[in-house]
Design a protein around this ligand. Structure first.
Ligand SMILES: Nc1nc2c(ncn2[C@@H]2O[C@H](COP(=O)(O)OP(=O)(O)O)[C@@H](O)[C@H]2O)c(=O)[nH]1
Ligand SMILES: [Mg+2]
Ligand SMILES: [Zn+2]
Length: 300
């Protein structure tokens, strides 16, 4: 996340046109309403927005949002802005990893300019699938954390890497999202008790989303990423391919500019070795790519 000036803050929540602002350094909290011009221009401030504010003189709502800083991304579902990191959580034990889901989530994140981090949990129970997960995702260059109860070092490394960022958890039910949310942010939990009651809860009852200042970063309280849907962001097959860092890099060397990496002659992706792109991940890419392409074929 961008470093904030003393007239800037993060929107952590918005209910009925009232926005909660927060900043770590120097510490600031306040309630604000946007200037009328926002509504006139049909601009809705979102959780995650970095804004400039001023004093309103009204003790009930002491601040006014003057300006929304340019967004690095804007998500439809959940509605939020400026997500920095998607913590894609995968279990080394049960539930059995859904590699298609992980691939779709990493592509989705990359396309939206969100950094995908792979959190591999339960390595203390079973490490037999660790190698497969590393083989699949290391060539892409994603940060991977091998987490498990009693692996304090990896947890600390993750904690350090998400400092100051806006993050959200994603992944199948039962992989350990709530567990690691609590382990990562237990220090701030003890201060407020708020995270364990709210962000850690299993089901969401309200539609609005909230970012929790955890003491080190902001975590989005949302189950919205469990069912990530590429169709939702209207991507083309070519954009989808660019969501794979290892394919994007290799595609420079494909004979054809518009290579789909499905069957073309002179395709550098098809010719690549397993240390450049994992063969299983490539097969899944091709399946998903055909699915996206046939969607567009059927449309026109
Ligand atoms: N041994 C072990 N158990 C874990 C680990 N992570 C999660 N669990 C357990 O897996 C179960 C599901 O975790 P939970 O956080 O509720 O998953 P969620 O559905 O993704 O939020 C719980 O019983 C956790 O205690 C881990 O790294 N090691
Ligand atoms: Mg949970
Ligand atoms: Zn190609």
């Amino acid at each position: 996340m961008k470093k904030l000036n003393t007239n800037q803050a993060v929107i952590v929540k918005g209910i009925a046109g009232r926005y909660s602002l927060h900043r770590y350094e120097p510490y600031f909290e306040g309630i604000a309403v946007p200037r009328g011009i926002f509504r006139k221009n049909k601009i809705t401030p979102l959780p995650g927005d970095l804004v400039e504010y001023s004093a309103s003189g009204d003790p009930d709502i002491p601040f006014i949002i003057e300006k929304i800083l340019p967004r690095k991304n804007e998500l439809k579902r959940p509605p939020m802005a400026n997500l920095d990191i998607l913590l894609i959580t995968v279990s080394a034990e049960l539930p059995v990893p859904d590699f298609y889901l992980v691939d779709r989530m990493t592509a989705y994140a990359n396309i939206l300019n969100i950094a995908p981090y792979i959190l591999l949990t339960k390595t203390d129970i079973d490490d037999s699938s660790v190698a497969a997960i590393l083989d699949n995702y290391r060539p892409a260059g994603f940060p991977i954390y091998q987490l498990g109860f009693s692996n304090e070092a990896e947890l600390l490394r993750l904690k350090k890497d998400i400092r100051g960022e806006i993050v959200a958890f994603a992944g199948q039910s039962g992989v350990g999202k709530s567990t690691y949310l609590n382990l990562l942010f237990e220090d701030s939990l003890m201060e407020t008790g708020e995270l364990s009651n709210k962000a850690g809860r299993g089901k969401q009852t309200t539609r609005h989303i909230e970012l929790f200042p955890t003491g080190i970063s902001y975590v989005a309280d949302t189950p919205g990423f469990q069912t990530i849907n590429l169709a939702e962001i209207d991507i083309t097959g070519a954009q989808f391919a660019d969501g794979y860092p290892e394919i994007k890099k290799l595609s420079e060397y494909c004979r054809f500019n518009n290579c789909t990496h499905l069957q073309e002659p002179g395709c550098a992706v098809l010719a690549a070795g397993s240390e450049q792109i994992n063969p299983e991940r490539l097969k899944r890419y091709q399946f998903l790519r055909r699915e996206i392409d046939s969607f567009y074929d059927n449309m026109y």
